[in-house]
Write a protein that binds this ligand. Sequence first.
Ligand code: F6R
Length: 239
Amino acid sequence: MNKLVFKSEAALNEVAAGIIAGLLQTKPDAVLGLATGGTPVGIYKELVRLYAEGKVSFRKASAFNLDEYVGLPPDHPESYRSYMQKHLYDHIDMPPENRHIPDGNAPDPEAESRRYDELLERVGRIDLQLLGIGHNGHIGFNEPGPALIGATHVARLSDKTRQANSRYFPSLSDVPEKAITMGVGTILKARRILLVAKGADKAEIIRKALYGPITTEVPASLLQTHPGLTVLLTEDAAG
Ligand code: F6R
């Protein structure tokens, strides 16, 4: 594991965006695995800046998002598709047909999960998977429990996750109860993983995930087994 600790979020964002841009410079048709939530917002902003300055192009790249809420139409302001448009895709040159996000509004979410994995397999491996971490150790929407699922699947969000995400919705009852998420197997197949955590509220779970036992009760602890893991932390998240 390669771990880097930063004095400021701005410095972390710059390095994270630099790692992604560096990959695209050496491999323009790289396959990116992307995350949503609060953590990557500043990283995407930095990537948009690098693109605007002509330092990176996404023209040949493709991307797969980790997850999407079940039951939200794609144009719902809190869908992850809307998030990606707002923070990244509206500002860069990645062709729309190369941007993949599970369709949370698909009539059969289980079939949609299978379609997503098949698509991923056709494209090949994810070169770089960007990950945030939930306070309970979830990655994607793989929540703690006695067992984890390898493939993309429909997951029920834990109360803790729904509460954390209710900050984006009018009320807790508006937060969807399910999501389509890449499974831990799909995530661990990525050639390289960039795990990012910011803020003192993530310090305890980061300690458990990186240095505690590998357990399905802390899904992010499985990342300890990945040979290409880089962890980027702000000082307060490093504890
Ligand atoms: C988002 C995702 C989640 C978030 C996690 C942390 O696509 O898969 O696992 O990375 O919930 O969210 P933030 O960054 O809002 O703390």
